[in-house]
Design a protein around this ligand. Structure first.
Ligand code: COS
Length: 385
């Protein structure tokens, strides 16, 4: 049997997110996009609703609501404000990675703080100037000392980097080149020697701060090491597999919000007599959105039920981001002048959604992941894909 209906519990979490999006995020979204900044107040409300730890155990302050509920919640939040939502996505991802790979002490120390918003949010520090898609090319180093580790180097494009209270930082701990010899560390935001750059001026998600980080002799204790020494790269990859479900969900919300706005416009402008080209644009958009939603919820369900989900997450992100962008582009063209004004919901959606094809693995990276899997399955399964 295939059951496409999310559970009542997941729907309840979705309802909480929908209310927050309408009452807290959406009213602040236009000004946040115009003026930039960091959505601290909205994030406090999101933390109170325990949406910074949707898929984390209750005893650590989470909702234990599962991955489908998480996806539904992120989609709703992104309808209200995509910029605030990416901070929520990354913080959930950081909480999950600490919960999954951390020692009991690391879990106890950090997950409740992330869940309650006492760290403000968590941040994921992987990318560098010469290590974006090729994450294994990173140069930041962590040197072992008697007292722990000393980090030197720099990270780039770190979401929420201006305000985050906890960073997961990847650094090279061994001389082995490539993806082996990288370790992950839990680094508090107030540690000495950590420099945070000014937020980048970006096309979209202007209310999400994206900064460079500088590590100049940052000392952390031995128990800052997350997971096994030298095995940090798979930690990043597994975290990103889950993260991609979040970004797919965010893209669904952004494109869904644009479709809402375009449908309202069509009703106001044409009443009951909607011209055929408008009907087609709305119908194609809704159909593509639904296809992306099914892929996304399937990836969420696979993860929730403990099945392999890496490929499903890549398919979901690839489809939701690319189809979502095409939907925003189509609706912008359809509405013409009406949607060109800076800050119009469709104009903002068009700018905001573009980065969903870039961060947490570009579309090209998703295609690399997927094509490797196709080749592997073809070889393993007697010439069937
Ligand atoms: N889950 C668990 N382990 C994984 C994994 C996954 N999804 N993907 C790779 N690994 C493991 C591999 O099994 C391998 O382990 P061993 O050291 O035991 O052999 C190791 O990680 C290296 O994997 P691989 O050889 O595939 O590494 P590549 O350098 O070829 O990785 C891609 C290539 C492009 C897939 C990778 O660099 C990537 O995902 N880049 C994008 C990074 C990204 O999303 N950045 C955004 C940052 S946040 S905005």
């Amino acid at each position: 049997m295939i059951d496409f209906a999310p559970s009542e519990a997941a729907r309840a979490v979705e309802g909480v997110a929908r209310k927050l999006a309408a009452e807290v995020l959406a009213p602040a979204a236009e000004a946040l996009d115009r003026d930039g900044g960091f959505p601290r107040v909205s994030l406090e409300e999101i933390a109170k609703a325990r949406l910074l730890a949707v898929n984390l155990p209750q005893e650590l302050g989470g909702r234990a609501a599962g991955v489908v509920a998480y996806s539904l919640a992120i989609t709703e939040l992104a309808r209200g404000c995509a910029a605030t939502t990416v901070a929520v996505c990354v913080s959930n991802m950081v909480a999950e990675v600490v919960n999954h790979f951390g020692t009991p002490a690391q879990r106890q120390l950090h997950v409740p703080q992330l869940a309650a918003g006492r760290h403000v949010v968590g941040a994921f520090a992987l990318s560098e100037a010469a290590a974006g898609s090729d994450a294994g090319a990173m140069r930041t180093r962590a040197r072992k000392t008697d007292r722990g580790w000393v980090l030197d180097g720099g990270k780039l494009w770190i979401t929420s980097g201006s305000d985050a209270g906890l960073f997961v930082v990847w650094a090279r701990t061994e001389d082995t080149p490539g993806t082996r010899g990288i370790s992950a560390f839990l680094v508090p935001g107030d540690v000495a020697g950590l420099g945070r750059g000014k937020p980048e001026h970006k096309l979209g998600l202007r209310g999400s701060t994206t900064v460079a980080l500088d590590f100049a002799g940052v000392e952390v204790p031995d128990d800052a090491l997350l997971g096994e020494r030298g095995r940090g790269f798979p930690v990043a990859m597994m975290a990103l597999d889950g993260g991609r479900i979040g970004i797919a969900s965010q893209a669904l919300g952004i494109a869904g919000g644009a479709l809402d706005a375009a449908t309202q416009w069509a009703r106001d402008r044409f009443g009951a007599d909607v011209p055929q080209h408008v009907q087609w644009a709305l119908a194609d958009s809704a159909t593509e959105l639904e296809a992306a939603r099914l892929l996304t919820l399937r990836a969420a369900w696979l993860k929730e039920t403990g099945r392999p989900f890496s490929q499903a997450a890549s398919m979901a992100k690839l489809t939701a981001s690319e189809r979502g962008f095409a939907i925003c582009d189509r609706l912008l063209a359809l509405m013409g002048e009406a949607a060109q004004r800076r800050g119009h919901p469709v104009e903002r959606a068009f700018r905001d959604i573009r980065v969903t094809m870039i961060y947490e693995g570009t579309s090209e990276v998703q295609r690399v992941v997927l094509s490797r899997d196709i080749m592997r399955r073809f070889a393993d399964d007697g010439g069937r894909t």
